[in-house]
Design a protein around this ligand. Sequence first.
Ligand code: ATP
Ligand code: LTN
Length: 339
Amino acid sequence: MVAENGNKPRVLSGIQPSGNLTIGNYLGALKQWVEVQNDYDCFYCVVDLHAITVAQDPAELRRKTRESAAMYIAAGIDPEISTVFVQSHVPAHSELAWILTCMAPLGWLHRMTQFKDKSAKQSQDSIGAGLLNYPSLMAADILLYHADLVPVGDDQNQHLEFTRDLAQRFNHLYGETFTLPSVMNPQAGARIMGLDNPTAKMSKSEASENHAIFLLDDLSRAQKKVMRAVTDSHREIRFSDDPERAGVNNLLTIYQAITNETQEVIEAAFADKGYGDLKRTVADVVVGTLEPLQARYYELMNEAGYLDSVLKIGQEKAADIAQDTLKLAQKRMGFLAPS
Ligand code: ATP
Ligand code: LTN
């Protein structure tokens, strides 16, 4: 039975099944998703249509899509309370995305830093048009559900601004249709950096060995990655925005995001400690986070049919709402309704 959350404000968010989920995805997104699920009517989506904006192997995509959904639940999303579904199972996402693509000014799209970063990594000829139009699809995800709040890491803030601007544009041209969503970033952990390169955001599709801690990493491997994290030649352990000290700042940020302690308390606790102590302590809290999560993950992956039934219920609930919004947008734009 899915709970009736009719009167609560709505939340929507998603993660791409473009690789194995990282501790960055957990601290920047999933942890907040869990924290808000009792107070909001939450929709959590595995955004496979976004993942194909860069090339994906079909068998891997299918596997990663199930794995990501299972990881949402393992992280603490309760499918009895929140709606968990796969983006491509609800065709309204693609349909509204086309409408929004037609309304999105190219200038806005070209200004998106995620597009600039991702397109810089590919040759001009291999960049698909979907990478540029990515934010219009994300806007469709959010606007279809009249989401009030979107919990994400801070790399997505520009896409949220874009969503609001596009919704406003539509509402202005065709009449009030969409709710303007607000962004929600975690207090700590909104941007976890790569362990091997603490000036670049930790990302699940980055290939290098010691870059990311994956949520399904073997525990001793996760521990080793923390112990090998890049630091600096200073000694003091404190939060800092000096790029030279980004490695230590990142380890402290991971610690803060997991423990929810204040910066003052953390700095005081490490006042007479060395970098080795810091790394050991961070490795411990990371392992303490991964261990129960992995146990739940393997348990539910072994439960035949469970995940598919969650996704089916999620699809039905999501499609009901999305279809109504899509119809309204189509009507406002002047599409002839089928008789
Ligand atoms: P990819 O490498 O395929 O682009 P990604 O690891 O950046 O993927 P996304 O699927 O783009 O992950 O992001 C899903 C959610 O996780 C978003 O809310 C995003 O802001 C958040 N997130 C991703 N990486 C980090 C990070 N390093 N720190 C904090 N939040 C993050
Ligand atoms: N673009 C996001 C993933 C995403 C998303 C969404 C997040 C797609 N649709 C809707 C929040 C709401 C990213 O993290 N790269």
